[in-house]
Design a protein around this ligand. Structure first.
Ligand code: TYM
Length: 377
């Protein structure tokens, strides 16, 4: 858990206040992604992915070591996941798109964990049936991102516990209650399922090693909120005879309101992948921007893209061309372009993206079972 000051909170369950990413690097003890590291990555991927160029993925642990191993002929596996507590929003897709890029470029297997157990344990009102349904629903979004069916293994904690359990108890044996209390902020009143759960989220780091009997490096792309799990897991890994998992961390895609990450708890500021395109369009039109109160002021003084959610959306996702993004920024600051024009352009792109994603999501229904891990360890 981290609190920069009264208003910044970044934990796996809560992100609030203005997030200072440089402070997080310091507090979590991670490394910034440097130009040198980007150059090393470029050697293997050709072009540098948008999310690295724009430092949306901004921090890492042991990514240089992953590259050392890869260059020495030792392949790594990827691991990422989702806590199925409702529909997927486009913020969740940010690390998944990047993970797909890594899968393609490094020809890597991916373990994708659905922590339906976590969501069942956390939400008093959720039944097991509900979280399992959400796992299937959210898996459609994962598949729609385009992962390789031959190399991608989706794990439902609830349904595939046979694969997970032996590793989970080996991890759990090395983690005390006082450690998880300090790392995750658990309290006396926390249910014991949640106290055990971090051991389950650690497991996919080691599945490939367990299944192959070899020590296989693992790289986890995710937003930085998940980092507490990896700090715990990295302490345990050597005690089990495995490599410490490496991480690459991204920033949070903001909601469409003023401040804060995109979060399903504020549905009006959040674009769900299942939103009908016209609903998403309305949300974009209500977005918080860096515009001035009157048109006259905006033309005279210009807008402020640094606080504008619409500009952030172009930057995270919806404007791939760096030159066009820069031009938008310059035109906004000079008052040459006004918020209505930007919103219109963004709404069009969001609608197009959603209708394409929704088609892929429908098709995923035919192949979903091919993606689940074979739980017979
Ligand atoms: P969950 O469902 O909260 O989030 C799923 C993934 O999305 C990232 N994320 C975001 N990324 C960018 N912008 C946002 N606004 C945003 N909101 C969420 C999260 O960091 C995460 O990568 N317990 C986990 C599930 C899990 C997992 C993992 C995640 C299990 N194993 C390994 C990452 C890696 C959870 O509830 O994620």
């Amino acid at each position: 858990m981290s609190e920069k000051n009264e208003d910044m909170i970044v934990t796996p369950w809560k992100v609030s206040g203005e997030v200072d990413y440089d402070r997080l690097i310091e507090q979590f003890g991670t490394q910034p992604i440097t130009e040198n590291l980007l150059e090393r990555i470029r050697k293997h991927t050709g072009e540098i992915h948008l999310q690295l160029r724009r430092r949306i993925f901004f921090s890492h642990r042991d990514l240089d070591w992953i590259l050392d191993m890869y260059e020495a002929g030792k392949k790594f596996v990827l691991y990422t996941g989702r806590g199925p507590s409702g529909p997927v929003h486009i913020g969740h897709l940010v690390p998944w798109f990047f993970t797909k890029h890594l899968q393609d470029k490094f020809d890597a297997k991916l373990y994708f964990q659905m922590t339906d157990d976590e969501k069942f344990l956390m939400h008093p009102e959720f039944t097991l049936g509900k979280v399992i349904d959400l796992t299937y629903d959210n898996a459609l979004d994962v598949i729609a991102v385009g992962f390789d069916p031959e190399k991608t293994f989706i794990i439902s904690d609830v349904n595939h516990i046979k694969t997970l359990y032996k590793l989970a108890i080996r991890v759990a044996k090395h983690v005390t209650f006082s450690t998880v209390r300090a790392v995750f902020g658990f309290e006396e009143s926390s249910n014991i399922g949640m106290i055990f759960f971090p051991a389950i989220q650690a497991v996919p780091c080691f599945i490939e090693s367990m299944l192959t009997g070899e020590n296989v490096p693992c790289l986890i792309p995710a937003a930085i909120d998940q980092d507490p799990y990896w700090r715990m897991t990295r302490d345990v890994a050597p005690k089990l005879g495995y490599y410490k998992p490496a991480q690459i961390h991204c920033k949070f895609m903001p909601g469409l309101g003023r401040g804060g990450k995109m979060s399903a708890s504020m549905p009006e500021t959040c674009i769900f992948t299942t939103d009908p395109p016209e609903v998403a369009e309305r949300k974009v039109w209500n977005a918080f921007t860096g515009g001035k109160p009157t048109l006259k002021e905006q033309r005279l003084e210009g807008g402020d893209p640094s606080i504008c959610t619409v500009f952030q959306y172009f930057s995270f996702f919806f404007e791939e061309d760096d030159k066009a993004l820069k031009e938008l920024e310059v035109r906004c600051r000079s008052g040459d372009i006004i918020c209505g024009e930007c919103k219109e352009k963004l709404a069009e792109r969001v609608k197009r993206f959603l209708s394409e994603h929704q088609k892929r999501r429908e098709k995923a229904k035919d192949v979903i079972n091919d993606f689940f891990i074979d739980d017979k360890v």
